[in-house]
Design a protein around this ligand. Structure first.
Ligand SMILES: [Zn+2]
Ligand SMILES: [Zn+2]
Length: 276
């Protein structure tokens, strides 16, 4: 927060600036908080900031970026965009990613384009956190028809049965349990103080763990695509999440192309059409 005196600003006073400073905690993330609650992926690092806030009237130059208690759904996150350079919190990368998603959910390349000078490990880590949080939304929808009686195992095509890695000895959990256990496991790893003590710099050995998380959570997409197509299509139409995930893991070499069995990239879709 630097000087705010511009020719158009008539209201900037020293009192106004200090009000804004008191609200530095990023609250860009409240909308994701409820989805993340299920797996414990907190959207802000600082617990106390989630407490209900008194509505505060912020100066026009520094709008309050948070959903106060009682905000109606239609007004959620309806604050002006902020440039990455102006985001001055330790959670700026998450704030930036969530802002781009809200602005243009279908622009997956734009969402995945890292700002210059952005540390690549942190960029990959924050995107994977975001994928896991949003995948909880798909898991919730799947619960309506993916039940242990019909989906007794985690499968996509006939080729593989996936074993659930959340147990001492990997086991054949029903698909919906596999989904929950895997999202829980991913949340535990990504929140682990041992591997990810900081969200500003991440050790290369920890970044190396991201690939296996990607492979496991991808199976949720592929199960939904091959077994619950309507749910998958409705969710994808709203979120473009599988397409964003596919472009993400391809761009950063986190999964091999052979494992990406849901046709999402342009060349896959073209190949599918010519086969048909
Ligand atoms: Zn199922
Ligand atoms: Zn399991």
């Amino acid at each position: 927060m630097t000087t705010t005196t511009t020719s158009s600003s008539t209201t900037t006073s020293s009192a106004g600036v200090s009000t804004a400073n008191a609200n530095l905690t990023p609250m860009d993330n409240a909308s994701a908080a409820s989805a993340a609650a299920a797996t414990g992926l907190s959207t802000t690092g600082s617990g106390p900031s989630l407490a209900p806030m008194e509505p505060v009237s912020a100066p026009a130059l520094h709008p309050l970026r948070r959903n106060c208690a009682g905000t109606p759904a239609r007004d959620f996150c309806a604050w002006p965009l902020e440039s990455f350079d102006e985001m001055d919190s330790t959670l700026a990368v998450q704030q930036m990613i969530q802002q781009s998603i809200r602005a243009h959910v279908e622009d997956v390349e734009g969402i995945l384009r890292a700002p210059d000078t952005q540390d690549e490990g942190v960029w990959k880590y924050e995107h994977l956190r975001q994928f896991c949080m949003e995948l909880n939304g798909l898991a919730v929808l799947l619960q309506s028809e993916c039940v242990p009686e019909t989906c007794t195992q985690m499968t996509a095509t006939e080729q593989w049965i996936f074993l659930c890695a959340a147990h001492k000895t990997p086991k054949e959990c029903p698909a919906i349990d596999y989904t929950r256990h895997t999202l829980d496991g991913a949340a535990c790893l990504l929140n682990s103080n041992k591997y990810f003590p900081s969200r500003v710099s991440i050790k290369e050995s920890s970044v190396a763990k991201l690939g296996s998380v990607c492979r496991r959570v991808y199976r949720i997409f592929s199960h939904a695509y091959f077994h619950h197509r309507q749910i998958f299509d409705d969710f994808e139409a709203q979120t473009c999440l599988c397409r964003r995930f596919t472009v993400f893991v391809t761009k950063y070499n986190l999964m091999s192309r052979d494992n990406l069995i849901v046709p999402m990239l342009e060349q896959d879709l073209e190949a599918g059409e010519s086969e048909a």
